[in-house]
Structure formats: structure tokens, C-alpha cells
Design a protein around this ligand. Sequence first.
Ligand code: 1GP
Length: 231
Amino acid sequence: MKQIMQSWRHVFKLDPDRPLCDEALEAICMSHTDAVMVGGSSGVTYENTSELLSRLRQYEVPCVLEVSDLEAIVPGFDAYMIPMVLNTEQTDWIIGHHVRAVEQYGYLIPWDRLIPEGYIILNPDCTAAKVSKALASTTASEAAAYAQVADKMLQLPIVYLEYSGTFGDMELVSDVRRKLDDSRLFYGGGIIDANTARLAAAVCDTIVVGNAIYNNLEQALTTVSAVKRRN
Ligand code: 1GP
């Protein structure tokens, strides 16, 4: 899965805490998106995550879980994305929760299916920023420095610029990408239609579309063909 992830251009992120009817789920899974990521910053439980996974498994699309709560880790996903929030002073969100998880559940962890993500949270108003106490004042040059630490020192396979809920600063995203050698750059935040998808896809490797699924599914679906070339 780590290798396959290198080719992803488009990901839909589904929140297990938000209702989604069967027709909408089918449209998402059959949209030719590269993967469905399951995750959210609040209200994610074992029950709602496993229920969503079993519905997703009717389809062939790769399914990955972005782990935010130790109690909600469900077996059976293709891969497990492990966020490490880089721009926080709360060490729990950088490494603390991770250490406790390994201490407690190390023997159960499918190490070959773990994909760590170096998160840089840039919308101070989003839930992830509040939960992880991300540094709201992170500047463009700091973001680029965090990204280089993730890429060149920590050798994380993914750097994730998180603007959840708002469309970000594409100049900053572009600057960050230019600094990366090996990490893949994920961008998420405020992609609502083909136009915003194209703008973001031009300056990152992989776009993540979340809220738009729940706000305007028809427009959200147009983000796939906007960024993926069909053979
Ligand atoms: C959220 O990055 C994703 O974690 C996507 O952001 O919900 O704003 O699309 P949106």
C-alpha cells in the first residue's frame, strides 16, 4: 500500500461521525478516486468506524484509516495513516499518543501497513488544530521548515498540509512542495469543486476532499476528473 499511495492524486475523506446514505457512498466509491480515507477529529468511535468500513468493503476502492483515537482502531483497513502533528508544542500529538499506543498494543500492530504523516495544521479554527493545540501563528517559512524536517530528517512518507474547512494559501503550498525531495505532499482544505481541485492539485501531489462530500456531493464528485487523467 505504501507504494500504491505514491500514485494517489485524489482522496475522499469520510467522517464516520457524519451520516452518508448508500447512494452517496456508492457515488464516492465508484468515482475513480484513488482511495477513501476514514477519519475525523471528533466523535470517531469503534462502532461508527467499523460500520463505515463494512459498507465501504462492498466496493474495490482502497480504504485507509487515519487514526485519531486509540479506541477506534478497527482491523481490516488496507493501511493505517498515523498523523504526527509537527506544529504543536503538545508532545502528545507529535509522539506521546504514539508511544502509548505501541506500549499498549504493539503486539497487534500491522507495522507494514502503517503510513506516518507529518501534519502541518494551518487553519487555526479547524477542530484538528484545537484538539492538537497546533500553533496558529505558523508562517509560510516555518511551514516550509517543518516540511523539510519531516522529509529530510524524519523521512516521513507524507507531509500533510491541513487547512480543513478553508481553502489555503496556494503560494505557501507551492513553496513547501519545492522544498520536498522524497515526502509526498498531501493537501486538504476547502476543495469544493473542479476549480479548487485543479488549483490545489497544481501545487501538491495528492488532494484530499472532505466536507464537500456532505455539503454538495455533486460538486465534490467533479473534483475527481478535474485532477485525474483517464487512460
Ligand atoms: C480534512 O484535509 C481534509 O482533514 C479535507 O478538508 O474537509 O475542508 O475538504 P475539507
